[in-house]
Write a protein of this length. Structure first.
Length: 346
């Protein structure tokens, strides 16, 4: 079966919007600004529903929020104090003046770059290959890093993300995608009525500045227990200190298994007319419940409500540079980084 269509149009001064439509009438719009997803439009009962948060122009991203839907790198999450060592060599990254840490690879990282694009059409899927060469020393990271992110869109209603990277010096690499889902398509509705399943027995405890403390805690008898599908509201309507600390979720969940046989996480819409399944080979997923308070941006003409989206950021857990048991994010020249995450719309 032939995937229907890919078209492109101008998205901003230097950027292009690529529109991918499959045989089931689902459309995914992506852009070379930050190798990001902009829209994921699903026909439900004769109406189109856009189930991810995004903006209509390049300018909107530049002025409102650069992380929405973007590829994040070189390192997703927070690096405490912006410092790390590789083979006894110490490195210091620029840090945020607000908290003294480095978030998502630092300012103007992957999310702000204009990526090179190749389009590939196959019988049962269409793919957009994004590539970017991060020069040695960019944002303080050693090594020239050649990164490639491929978005494939299939007739099985799958959005497949493949990451690949090579470096000429030992460096850190731990990418993710910062997609926000709201399966109602209504930015004025919080995600509390969504149901969430996460195949995770442990989460990483965070400090008041949302850096991880090194403690992995059982989800049992806490609002973090989504091993059976439950309402997301349980992380908002609680006095549990980890949730009140961040006003919801901003935490790594350690996944019980990896791979593509069964989903590690599922989000289901309030009316249960739509769900998104997550499959990944990464050992953790950071779930963030968009606690922007009253300061959320306008999204497609609607004011984004507090908790108006939820992320599933697959990665090695933040804290890997500090704590044993959190994983290893050092990439060496003799190794090619490869990982895959799949979001399946049902």
């Amino acid at each position: 079966m032939k995937v229907l269509d890919i078209t492109k149009q101008k998205f901003g001064e230097n950027t292009i919007l690529y529109s991918l439509t499959n045989d089931n009438g689902l459309t995914m719009n992506v852009t070379n600004l930050g190798a990001r997803i902009v829209d994921l439009i699903v026909p439900i009962n004769g109406k189109e529903r856009n189930i991810v948060l995004g903006f209509g122009t390049e300018e909107d991203y530049l002025t409102k929020d650069m992380y929405f839907g973007a590829t994040i790198g070189r390192v997703a999450g927070r690096i405490k104090h912006g410092s790390f060592s590789i083979d006894d060599q110490y490195y210091q990254l620029p840090v945020s003046p607000e908290n003294g840490h480095t978030l998502h690879g630092g300012l103007n990282s992957f999310e702000a770059k204009i990526w090179e694009v190749e389009v590939e059409e196959k019988n049962d899927q269409i793919a957009v290959h994004f590539s970017y060469v991060s020069p040695s020393g960019e944002n303080g990271f050693p090594g020239e890093l050649k990164a490639r992110v491929t978005y494939s869109f299939t007739n099985n209603n799958e959005w497949i993300i493949d990451y690949q990277a090579e470096t000429d010096q030992p460096t850190l690499f731990n990418p993710t995608n910062h997609v926000y889902f709201n399966l109602t398509g209504d930015m004025t509705q919080a995600v509390g009525e969504h149901r969430l399943f996460v195949a995770s027995d442990q989460f990483a405890v965070v400090d008041s500045d949302t850096t991880v403390t090194g403690e992995l805690r059982s989800v049992a008898e806490t609002p973090f227990d989504f091993r059976e599908p439950k309402s997301v509201n349980q992380v908002f309507e609680t006095n549990y200190e980890q949730n009140t600390l961040v006003n919801g979720l901003d935490h790594p969940f350690m996944l019980n298994q990896t791979g593509f046989e069964r989903p590690q996480a599922i989000i289901t819409s309030p009316k249960q007319d739509l769900s998104v399944e997550m499959y990944t080979d990464r050992p953790a997923v950071v779930i963030f419940t968009a606690q922007f308070g009253q300061g959320g941006p306008d999204v497609r003409g609607q004011k984004l409500v507090n908790h108006g989206g939820i992320t599933l950021e697959t990665q090695i857990a933040p804290g890997a540079v500090e704590f044993e048991g959190f994983g290893d994010i050092i990439l060496y020249p003799e190794t090619t980084y490869q990982s895959r995450t799949i979001f399946k719309i049902k």
